[in-house]
Ligand binder design. Sequence first.
Ligand code: SAH
Length: 244
Amino acid sequence: MKRGLLMALVVVVALDAAPAPAAEDAYGERRQRMVQEIAAHALSAGNLSGRPALDDRVMAAMARVPRHAFVPEDRRESAYDNRPLPIGYGQTISQPYIVALMTDLLELEADHVALEVGTGSGYQAAILAELVSRVYSIEIIEPLARAAAARLNRLGFDKVATRHGDGYYGWEAYAPFDVIIVTAAASHVPPPLIAQLKPGGRMVIPVGSSFLTQYLMMVEKDSQGRVTNRQILPVRFVPLKGGP
Ligand code: SAH
């Protein structure tokens, strides 16, 4: 009787404590491997992207944020593969290399305020939150917006504010932004986003037709407010909805 109770206690304690750290360790190792794959990918794509090595701070953020917590339950085993994954509603969480490259291109500073268009799972927003002071992120599909907000809150990413809405028009109330990242492909750079970029600010955005040729573009606004665009590399994103 006594022994039975003790056994039961041991089982309860074991269920409560042991499996979680073990699983965390397994994910930790996979996350390290993912970071190595990102580094290798960056090197091999370096001629195209102009960024053969990504910023250490970006890589450290990729090594910290638990990507498995941002993918659907049944995709967790693939969470640290260097490829995009479906997140429902026809949308995807971007490939880790692309997340890292776009983050690197923004040249983030600790006091920056960032706008993201296309919250999706919330993963990119979480990576940004590791590197800047405030992140505003907009998602047009309401259930995704709601799920991402709850997830970011649960994981403690309290620098991120999210909103359900059409990010084509930006987030006027918190503009201007030091950096803007758009994670869905637009046919053109939305003029409201250019207007909401600070002088000296940078925006990365995939531009091109829905599923055909798209280019990751770097949009820079200089201190005089002059805007220049340049192509970084060909990419493939889900289309940006909304707009006029
Ligand atoms: N950054 C996301 C990737 C999401 S995929 C992540 O880390 O998981 C692109 C997202 O953009 C999709 O969720 C899609 O619904 C959203 N989207 C498309 N058009 C939009 C718009 N006009 N405004 C806000 N979000 C939009």
